[in-house]
Design a protein around this ligand. Sequence first.
Ligand code: ZN
Length: 433
Amino acid sequence: MDKKISFAKDLIDYINKSYTMFHSVENMKESLKKKGFKELDIKSDWKLKKNSKYFTTYNKSFLCAFCIGDGDFNNNGFKIIGAHTDSPGLKLKPYPEINFKNSYIKLNTEVYGGPILSTWFDRPLSIAGKVALKKKGKLYPEIKLINFDKDLLVLPNLAIHMNRSINDEGYAYNKQKDLMPILTLINNESKKDNLLNNMISENLNCKTSDILSYELFLYNREKGRIIGLDDEFISSGKLDNLAMFHAGVNALLDSDCSDSINVVAGFDNEEVGSHSSQGADSPMLKFILERIYISLGKSRDEYLQTLANSFIISADMAHGIHPNFEEKSDPVNMPILNSGPVLKIASSQAYTTNATSEAVFENLCDKAEIPCQKFVNHSNSKGGSTIGPITSSQLGILSVDVGNPIFAMHSIKELGGVDDHFMMYQVFKTFFK
Ligand code: ZN
């Protein structure tokens, strides 16, 4: 099989089983372990060695993997790729079951981040996430991942006859009222009470009385796939940003240790502003880098010198110019799908790219013999933001914001390019060399 197609299929397989941020980290842990990366407990002592590969996680939704090479680290610095593990969607509220006139059970949700809400309607959905269970005599619970591997729910649209203007003026979704998917018909008494807890207890084979709390999200049951006349597109949810996380981790998996310390970090909660202990706006990465240095017997002064010599590629998806909405893009810088990685630039510093870091990334693309493109917002549009400015202001490290161009960012199905994904992986590998 063509290398690019097989790499795109690997991404799709990864996303198909990454139902939530917790599963996206869990699946990457398995890949890292298979390639000989040693797991470190963030709460324990670390004894690290040169020419060795490690990873650690936090909250089951933040992952940091690194490869300590052998060289003049103080001058070669850390080489870091940052991405995020979460995606926008719908999350269950506590006690979510709502009995509608003794006929249906629907579930109460809240919106996580900024999904395109209309895309969540009329398709099979399911539930996954993590559950906290009682642990005898302990303050901290046992955490288990859960996935109801079944077409379970649907959010049916309102018929056009009851909403005649939907194709003309659009429709403003009422987030409290309109986003309650239907779970079941009430056809027996057992469904009336405690339905979700009963479902969890059956799935996890635990007592309902042991279930203390949960973080459960809805996910799309329709799997991603490769489409297009020449198999050139990837149609999948969560390309933002599991595509960059997948490309970054795979570049690390497929690289030998170099003369610096190569790092990939996947942060949670980017879609809601990154302000959490597992998000980019936490000292987590800074602490991990310092712990690597302490474990190698180096001083804090050497650590700070190394930070000044380090570089971060903040990798998050970018917008391709949409052939039906040309007027929404900058008139000059118009990224096209499958034409290479995109440098994201904003004078507001919503992206960290500056002349120096832009030049470094262009040099990397040049070395990898890959084209690159540039994105700036249309001047009347505010655009999005990403982890780059947050991580680089936490660490004081030179940083560049890049990503692959996609359409329909934050739709339940986004559209990206097969070639782009492989090209970004090659640039990342060049960075780690
Ligand atoms: Zn993103």
